[in-house]
Write a new protein. Structure first.
Length: 319
């Protein structure tokens, strides 16, 4: 069993451990021409992006998974890197990490950050979900040392990762986007260039905030229905066939009825989207009372110890 890393600011690779499988963490690189010519794979996105044609780039910082080395990946048919200097010849580096702090640590750590080893002109694609303003800072710092950057967060839950049907929102230079779009289609079925760097993260945030608000609404209204004596399964059937339905209701309510709360991203990890929304609301003086109310619902669920559950955990009381 691979042990959990001691610090949250370190790189994590879900291909290596079931511990992080749900969070979709990992990093990989590819050669552009090789990837363009390779058939699409159905492997899970976070699980090497494609074991058949990608070099899975493993470079874990010191004090990381000390029971895991290159041989672990070799058994799975994945070429793993153990030393940062092995990245000096790559064309593109893809990052899929838990948060902005981890991305910054992996790239800019003064001792072993990737940027010390990447050649000038290397393209870094960050498919993580990170804060907008931090993304701008990352792009600025990379540009100063001759590296290119695209922010390309993905959406679509684990099902989309498994069959490469994710949606990807890309921010960055349009020329780079056109160059890499064919390769990115190996990971996602819908890819839209949103504008300059940062717009990918902004678009993902807008989508996630609406998703979160929908779920918070369900968490408020469904318990009320149950308290008034309505059958939760029958109410779910009506909601998901009528005007009250949403992706949140269609995805979570059937699982909630079965007492299943692990099909989606854990609330503790997803909470960062609400923090980002609150920061933007404050910094740009944008009133967001509905978002604030939804955030309160999430905070209540976290305080009650449901952080390891997906967003359906806010409705666990009706099961």
């Amino acid at each position: 069993m691979i042990r959990r890393p001691p610090r949250s600011t370190q790189s994590r690779s879900s291909a290596a451990s079931d511990v992080y499988k749900r969070q979709g963490n990992g990093c990989a690189y590819f050669d552009i021409e090789e990837l363009k010519s390779t058939p699409k794979s159905n492997n899970e996105f976070a699980q090497a992006l494609s074991e058949s044609y990608l070099e899975f780039a493993l470079y874990e910082m010191n004090e990381m998974h000390d029971e895991m080395d290159a041989s672990y990946f070799a058994k799975k048919g994945i070429n793993a890197f153990e030393r940062p200097e092995q990245f000096s010849k790559i064309d593109v580096l893809i990052l899929c990490l838990p948060d902005a702090n981890t991305v910054q640590h992996v790239l800019f750590d003064p001792k072993k950050g990737f940027t010390q080893y990447l050649k000038k002109g290397t393209i870094i694609i960050d498919v993580s979900t990170t804060e907008y303003e931090v993304t701008l800072d990352i792009n600025n710092n990379l540009g100063k040392i001759g590296l290119h950057f695209l922010d390309a967060p993905v959406s679509g839950m684990s099902a989309g990762a498994k069959d490469a049907s994710l949606s990807m929102m890309v921010g960055g230079d349009p020329t780079l986007f056109r160059q890499l779009k064919g390769a990115l289609l190996k990971m996602a079925s819908k890819i839209i260039h949103m504008g300059p760097v940062g717009t990918g993260q902004l678009t993902k945030l807008v989508n996630q905030l609406l998703f979160n608000i929908n779920m918070a609404g369900l968490a408020e209204i469904l318990p009320m229905a149950v308290k008034l004596g309505l059958d939760p399964e029958k109410v779910t059937e009506i909601i998901n066939s009528d005007t009250g339905r949403s992706y949140a209701s269609e995805f979570f309510l059937p699982n909630i009825m079965k007492g299943e709360f692990t099909k989606g991203y854990p609330m503790e990890a997803a909470y960062k989207d609400l923090i980002s929304g609150a920061k933007i609301s404050s910094n740009y003086k944008i009133p967001s009372p509905v978002l604030a109310a939804a955030t309160t619902s999430y905070q209540k669920a976290l305080l009650e110890g449901h952080g390891d559950k997906d967003k359906g955990g806010m409705l666990s009381l009706i099961h």
